[in-house]
Design a protein around this ligand. Structure first.
Ligand SMILES: NC(=O)c1ccc[n+]([C@@H]2O[C@H](COP(=O)([O-])OP(=O)(O)OC[C@H]3O[C@@H](n4cnc5c(N)ncnc54)[C@H](O)[C@@H]3O)[C@@H](O)[C@H]2O)c1
Ligand SMILES: O=C(O)C(=O)C[C@@H](O)[C@H](O)[C@H](O)COP(=O)(O)O
Ligand SMILES: [Zn+2]
Length: 373
């Protein structure tokens, strides 16, 4: 990346993620996509490959390809089918097929242009192709700008569990162009707000207060509110990942709401509820569990639930089976935080601290029943 005095003029904020030799910048601004300066200083190669999907590709692919053509002699595009249900081996293989068919060598740079699904799969493909090629995250959803593009978790889903096959593999740069959020459907914007809200209870109650004041502007896609939300979210995620890249401890706090949320996604079938919707509802469940364990006051739990509702997200869980709680518990047992068969939950307290702990099955079952329709 060029020195900060030669940053592209469209960069409003730059967040740095400090991971030693794997460190990289997160550029945030409006109009970054078309600015050739955004793409200077990346690894040199003969070929660049834009990995996108059949919704985002037509919207932004040609503009990114035009900007990249100043740096790379050949710019190819691979468009995957859109949707969480396509976060699979088949899509991953489609990327490898395209890279091999175009004669891509081990210097080829991949560009993930899309939401978290494209980002997670492109990162995984980059980690595997010829044992590792560089990649750049170009997140086009709010969720991807505030969370999935940062930190190097890459994966595909398994029918029995979310993100079960994957790798830690860091991008070389993250480019968050706020202007592309203008075409994002309202339901997807709300899904992204779930991951923004997450950072409050686990790390920064002042940010949670700010969100309570600005949630309506965010839902209206107000650019200055979005810029602050993306920047603060990236700062918090970068700080956590910078201390615990491979989730040996602290990083698990970023999973607040996900133990329940992933069960909803897998239980209903991927793509029924959006990831952010499942996480929003999962945070209500995790906050309820935190309250029942005496960590969180009823008032704080209700404030969080109300904010999630104002973000346009569901706050009551779907029933997954006749024996609903048992089905949730069975799905949650494959969670990656489980140790020796014991589930661990990300709980929150009244002081903006997260705690990763086991909880009795009977209590978790009670919470599930209290939080489901
Ligand atoms: N790696 C991580 O740390 C991490 C973190 C959070 C979530 N995730 C993963 O991210 C995924 C969810 O990501 P998502 O919410 O971005 O979903 P997504 O990638 O499915 O994108 C949501 C929808 O918006 C469309 N879209 C994207 N950008 C658009 C734009 N600018 N204009 C119009 N439409 C646009 C997409 O085509 C898609 O239909 C899940 O698979 C989740 O597991 C990963
Ligand atoms: O970056 C992390 O760490 C997270 O947990 C962020 C989550 O929002 C994200 O959904 C992540 O993919 C979940 O990780 P997993 O290890 O539970 O699959
Ligand atoms: Zn998530």
């Amino acid at each position: 990346m060029p020195a900060s005095n030669s940053l592209p003029s469209a960069v409003a904020h730059q967040v740095h993620i400090d991971l030693g030799e794997r460190s990289y910048p997160i550029l945030i601004g409006s109009g970054l996509l078309d600015d050739p300066d955004t793409w200077r200083g990346l690894p040199r190669a003969a070929q660049a490959v834009i990995v996108t999907n059949d919704t985002v590709g037509p919207l932004y692919g040609p503009r990114l390809a035009a900007a990249l053509s100043a740096q790379y002699a050949q710019v190819h595009t691979v468009a995957l089918p859109d949707g969480e249900q396509h976060k699979t081996w088949e899509s991953l293989n489609a990327i490898f097929d395209a890279l091999l068919a175009r004669g891509c060598d081990r210097k080829t740079v991949l560009f993930a242009l899309g939401g978290g699904v494209v980002g997670d799969m492109t990162g995984f493909a980059a980690a595997c192709y010829m044992r590792g090629v560089p990649f750049v995250q170009v997140p086009t959803t709010l969720l991807a700008q505030v969370d999935s593009s940062v930190g190097g978790k890459t994966a595909i889903n398994h029918p029995l569990g979310k993100n079960m096959i994957g790798a830690f593999y860091q991008p070389r740069r993250v480019v968050c162009d706020l202007a592309v959020l203008k075409t994002l459907p309202a339901r997807e914007l709300s899904a992204g707000l779930a991951e923004v809200i997450k950072y409050g209870p686990i790390h920064d109650l002042a940010f949670l207060d700010w969100l309570e004041r600005h949630i309506d502007e965010l839902r209206r896609c107000d650019e200055s509110a979005l810029a602050h939300a993306v920047r603060r979210s990236c700062e918090i995620k970068a700080a956590v990942v910078g201390q615990d890249e491979r989730e040996s401890g602290l990083r698990a706090i970023l999973n607040f709401g996900h133990t329940f949320g992933h069960a909803i996604e897998a239980g209903l079938g991927y793509g029924q509820w959006l990831h952010g919707e499942a996480v929003g509802c999962g945070m209500v469940m995790a906050a309820t569990l935190s309250q029942r364990l005496g960590l969180l006051s009823a008032d704080r739990r209700e404030r969080l639930r109300a904010l999630i509702e104002r973000a346009g997200l569901p706050t009551r869980g779907p029933r997954l089976a006749a024996d609903n709680a048992a089905r949730y518990l069975a799905l949650m047992r494959v969670d990656k935080k489980a140790e020796a068969g014991e589930m661990r939950f990300v709980l929150v307290d009244d002081h903006g601290q997260a705690h990763v702990r086991p909880a009795p099955d009977a209590l978790v079952a009670e919470v599930i029943e209290a939080c489901c329709d």
